[in-house]
Write a protein that binds this ligand. Sequence first.
Ligand SMILES: [Mg+2]
Length: 424
Amino acid sequence: MGRSGDLPRGLVERYKAGPDGWPDDAGCPVLHVDMDAFYASVEIRERPELVDRPVVVGGVGPRGVVSSANYLARGFGVRSAMPTSHARRLCPQAVYLPPTFALYQEVSAAVQALFREITPLVEPLSLDEAFLDVSGALRRLRSTPAGIGAEIRRRVRAEQGLVCSVGVGPTKFVAKLASGLAKPDGMLVVPRGEITAFLHPLPVSALWGVGKRTAERLADVGLERVADVAAAPLPRLRRLLGTAMAEHLHALALGHDNRAVVPDTAEKSIGAEETFEVDHFDRDLLRRELLRLAERTAATLRDRGLRGRTVSIKVRFADFTTISRSKTLPVATDVTQEIYRTAAQLLTEQTPPGAVRLIGVRVEQLGTGGAEQLLIDAPAQGWREADQAADKARTRFGAAAIRPAALLGERPGRVGRTEPRPER
Ligand SMILES: [Mg+2]
């Protein structure tokens, strides 16, 4: 929801600073900070000669997907998640660059360190966005939420040479929508007393959890705006969407969102995925790829001292239909072989045949392990020791030193190392 088109005129204007300053931010402790066109902006910062050119970051191979485009490129219709080949047709004169994740991670860490100087209550959502709860920082900084938002924008520009947009609001949901509507290079403050006035004119797609299909189902019965969902009788929504979804959307449409800003904490999931140069039917080859991805995922988990209980795989077929299958283990793991065995089982038993263009492995329900260590059975313990030895060797000699035996065979062709989450 980063588009401000299709909105009543003045909706966004009334939440900007006016002649009397910002709207009332007294009950607005939540900030959502979102870097504008993050990957593209970082690349341009590194290459000032690109500043006046359309710039697209993404997979540059035949199967590449756009992960970031600056606003000049967006003017030609280029969007995140669009195939790069399509972007090239829309904007052949743009500069196309492959992503350099190490650099984005470095910049992201610096920006988050800046946030943590303001408040310890920083909840990163990805490399380029985070929630901050500033309620405890107001007195120390002798500022207001809007003042802090403006200061963050100033410092990110001064210290990182990058532009971000900020939403200031009473809840996470409102703050996130506000930053999206503030883009590019803007800030909105939505007063606590205006939550529903802000939400109700928005399209239902603004509601967290409403994808294309749910939006269509709602539109079929004439529910197109958030106000329509708020006014709809709950039993009717339940029949339409099922109980859980109905109650979730109805509460959001009424402005209810009690989610706290949960600081720091590790990622909610860790995984890896690959897009192939050509489609692959061969299950043996796909299993070998799962082993490679499991190895990478498990190494990241161990690196961060995390384990997870749910292993999932994602499979995207040649026609772009995408499925995910998951299985929850009795005990959290960071062991390559356990993750691989579970992923391979999900592929063998729960994935229909077909030509595959992308495959991924992910581990969720993360924790730091601790007492669960005691429950690990002996065979897994043996695998863990093997993994730890491999980690050590990898640290000393580089990743190429250690490869599971099954990976020594034929390698499937691939585009880039990962397919990043599309950004706004
Ligand atoms: Mg962003």
